[in-house]
Ligand binder design. Structure first.
Ligand SMILES: Nc1ncnc2c1ncn2[C@@H]1O[C@H](COP(=O)(O)OP(=O)(O)OP(=O)(O)O)[C@@H](O)[C@H]1O
Length: 534
């Protein structure tokens, strides 16, 4: 066995080079590094070269004139088209500035203290900050991960990263957080080519989004009511990048989870408002259940085709009737379409339920509770495709309280009381991916997390606040048509008997199961053959 004394220390042989060879070698190495840096930062290099040329030709006056000119053009650009000004000018410039002055300065320290620095071959390897892009509210950092890391490693320390860079909120995206825009116009081909590079798939890069100015601190005023509601994009909330979050309501059910007084009402009322013109035109029928005796919804009664708020019996009847509508549509549409398209003759039925636990868990009458559970189960499992949707709010998302939690494809989490409830509402791992709904500050009423289409990372939004006066105004502006409650009568009129398939002629089996004599006896007409007379 080898002992410590047997070990040999091997040192590489040192080459002794003459000074005349070392100096040009060093110069070559630094020159190559400088060139490589210039190639990697073409915009900075070109701008610096341009400024230098202006200075050499025209001196300081030239630089000041250029600055005033650029300032003027930038002001006009911003005035005429702020969005493109941010995308192509202010965003990259501010990002470049913040990269140098904020992030690069503390990068090593931040990565090490957040546990993202790795040791390899006796060296510390850090994730690399590739770029920073800013917009009015956010900084988006593109970070190349160290080999062996995954986006989950960053998601686990999202909060730490936010506070390390002096922010309260951050999110980590495994793919570019913005949607690829649709381009049109003369320069579309060029913009599409740029987008192809900007939005290319980069599996080794994660995007850390830091909320610089929290756009959700201010109360969000009600959105304009769409003239014809687009059921695939109903404007309900503001996102923290200042864009509007739109709900895709078509063919889905929506669950809103939130502790008491966190603004569940504002989610439901924002939805009702977005559907306003559809309600007035008859394209949408709102069937509302308010187990709190009408405290939340009675003010908007004229907008609702059906309303139940006092008797649980009436609420159970309402749900049963929704099932009847669903069944009728299934019978009528079977074989022709897979998803129902709302029309005035065949409207979208939205069953809105405030405080769903009152129906599924706290109701004393066991028979009634079972009846309600049966109807809800049917609606949630079969109603979405035929345009009978359920939008429900509840405080306690545990399975015992809401056994059908998993039947809601769209979920919204407002402020919750426990960390475990976040995953119960939004799905497994949502909290790890940044949905800190249990850490909402007291001011954050109506602030919540939603899962966006095509992205596993939750987005933070604030729903518009619909005050009581606004609700009263909506009730006057968008009353349901007088015959709105009549849909069941229509169902009665329109329901065709279930189509029956004529039975196919029976084939005689090749080998007789009964002897021919017995078969002939059975086929004989009893009357003709003088069967038994009465
Ligand atoms: N989007 C919002 N923006 C600002 N403030 C809001 C918002 N939504 C609600 N609030 C405030 O929070 C309070 C509680 O809201 P709301 O009644 O909608 O909560 P809730 O979760 O429905 O309560 P409950 O559990 O009693 O049903 C409101 O009185 C309002 O002042």
């Amino acid at each position: 066995m080898a002992s410590a004394g047997d070990l040999m220390v091997i040192r590489p042989k040192r080459l002794k080079l003459p000074l005349w060879l070392v100096l040009p070698g060093l110069l070559l190495r630094w020159g190559w590094r400088a060139l490589w840096w210039c190639l990697r930062h073409p915009v900075t290099t070109a701008s610096t070269a341009f400024l230098l040329a202006v200075y050499l030709d025209h001196g300081w006056q030239g630089l000041v004139t250029l600055l005033v000119l650029v300032g003027g053009v930038s002001a006009v650009w911003r005035w005429r088209h702020e969005a493109s000004w941010w995308t192509w000018f202010a965003g990259p410039l501010l990002g470049w500035f913040r990269r140098l002055t904020v992030y690069r300065r503390v990068w090593r320290e931040a990565m090490t203290l957040c546990g993202l620095a790795e040791r390899y071959d006796h060296q510390t390897v850090l994730p690399r900050l590739l770029s920073v892009r800013s917009d009015p509210a956010l900084d988006v950092l593109a970070v190349r991960m160290v080999r062996g890391q995954t986006p989950e490693d960053f998601q686990r320390v999202t909060s730490n990263l936010a506070y390390t860079f002096g922010r309260r909120h951050a999110r980590v995206y495994s793919e570019y957080p913005d949607d690829r825009p649709t381009r049109s116009g003369r320069w579309a081909w060029l913009l599409r080519a740029v987008d192809a590079v900007r939005f290319r798939d980069r599996p080794s890069v994660v995007y850390l989004v830091l909320v610089r100015t929290d756009a959700l601190r201010a109360v969000v005023p009600p959105f304009d009511v769409p003239a014809v509601p687009d059921f695939a994009a109903l404007p309900l909330a503001r996102r923290d990048d200042l864009s509007t979050w739109c709900l895709h309501l078509l063919a889905t059910h929506v669950l809103v989870g939130g502790a008491t007084r966190r603004g569940k009402g504002s989610v439901l009322w924002s939805l009702v408002r977005a559907l306003g013109n559809g309600v007035a035109s008859g394209l949408v029928r709102l069937w509302v259940i308010d187990p709190k005796g009408g405290m939340e919804f009675a003010m908007g009664r004229p907008m609702f085709a059906r309303f139940a708020c006092k008797s649980f019996e009436a609420m159970a009847d309402l749900l049963d009737e929704a099932v009847t509508v669903m069944r009728e549509r299934q019978a009528r549409l079977a074989g022709s379409v897979r998803v129902h398209t709302p029309t005035v003759a065949d409207p979208l039925v939205v069953v809105v339920i405030d405080e769903m636990a009152a129906l599924t868990a706290y109701l004393q009458d066991v028979e009634l509770r079972k009846r309600i559970a049966a109807s809800l189960g049917l609606l949630l499992s079969q109603g979405a495709g035929v345009g009978v949707l359920v939008v429900a709010a509840l405080q306690d998302p545990r399975k015992e309280v809401l056994p059908f939690r998993d039947l809601f494809p769209t979920r919204i989490a407002l402020g919750l009381t426990e960390a475990s409830q976040v995953d119960m509402v939004l799905g497994d791992g949502a909290r790890n991916r940044g949905a800190l709904a249990d850490q909402m500050p007291r001011w954050a009423k109506g602030v919540g997390y939603v899962i966006l289409d095509g992205s596993p990372e939750p987005a933070r939004v604030r729903f518009s606040y619909i005050a009581d006066d606004e609700i009263r105004a909506m009730a006057v502006r968008f009353p349901a048509p007088v015959d709105a409650a009549d849909i069941l009568a229509q169902v009665g009129r329109e329901t065709a008997p279930e189509p029956t398939r004529p039975s196919l002629p029976r084939q005689r089996s090749s080998g007789p199961l009964l002897p021919d004599a017995l078969l002939n006896l059975l086929r004989q007409d009893p009357d003709k053959d003088g069967g038994e007379q009465a």
